[in-house]
Design a protein around this ligand. Structure first.
Ligand code: GAR
Length: 198
């Protein structure tokens, strides 16, 4: 059984899709979510973790730790304590520390709500992505699961899937359509990693 830790900041619907998949979907019998870490104590994702009886911790601001090193150290310590095999960033709105990327190289995945390399990079997250897609009059968008490297949204792509964007779609319309496919492709991408199909 692969042990997954999920890092979240908000709603946690992608985290939920991973948990559901370990219970009833294509991750059943091969993976389990053992830890949830959030930088936001108000994240609804933490309530979800509680409802699922999954251990959760809140590691909030770098400033509470004095420096970057101890903040990242606190995350790393939790990941190690939980004997984590795979780390999934699921709407985690903070840059992940280099020490963590080095310790878990090629074992940290992220989901991005666009067709990378388009609409990625610093400042491109959540609703900003969908606003930019609509503003650019794109006819398609989508979601990408990729490995996390030190540079933003730059690691190897594991799975990418498209949705159509119609002329009158609002950013919220695009977000809704993208989220539906996010929930499908994140568990699929994890399965691909576990089965060594990359
Ligand atoms: C998702 O759309 C995810 O792709 C995006 O935040 C949302 C989180 O929703 N992530 C990013 O923009 C990261 N660059 P969720 O909390 O319901 O899973």
């Amino acid at each position: 059984m692969m042990r997954i830790a999920v890092l979240v900041s908000g709603e946690g619907s992608n985290m939920q899709s991973i948990i559901d998949s370990t219970k009833n979907g294509n991750l059943k019998g091969i993976a389990q979510v053992v830890l949830v870490i959030s930088n936001n104590s108000n994240a609804y994702a933490l309530r979800r973790a509680e409802n699922e009886n999954i251990k959760f911790v809140c590691i909030e601001e770098r400033k509470n730790f004095g420096n970057e090193k101890s903040f990242n150290g606190a995350i790393l310590e939790e990941l190690e304590k939980a004997k984590t095999n795979i780390v999934c960033l699921a709407g985690y709105m903070k840059m992940i520390g280099h020490v963590i990327i080095e310790a878990y190289h090629n074992r940290i995945l992220n989901i991005h709500p666009a067709l990378l390399p388009k609409f990625g990079g610093k400042g491109m997250y959540g609703h900003y992505v969908h606003e930019a897609v609509v503003k650019a009059k794109e006819t398609e968008s989508g979601a990408t699961v990729h490995f996390v490297e030190k540079e933003y949204d730059n690691g190897e792509i594991i799975i990418q899937q498209k949705i159509e964007v119609f002329k009158n779609d609002s950013p919220e319309d695009v977000a809704k359509k993208v989220l539906v496919i996010e929930h499908q492709i994140y568990p699929e991408a994890i399965k691909k990693i576990i089965e060594n199909k990359m």
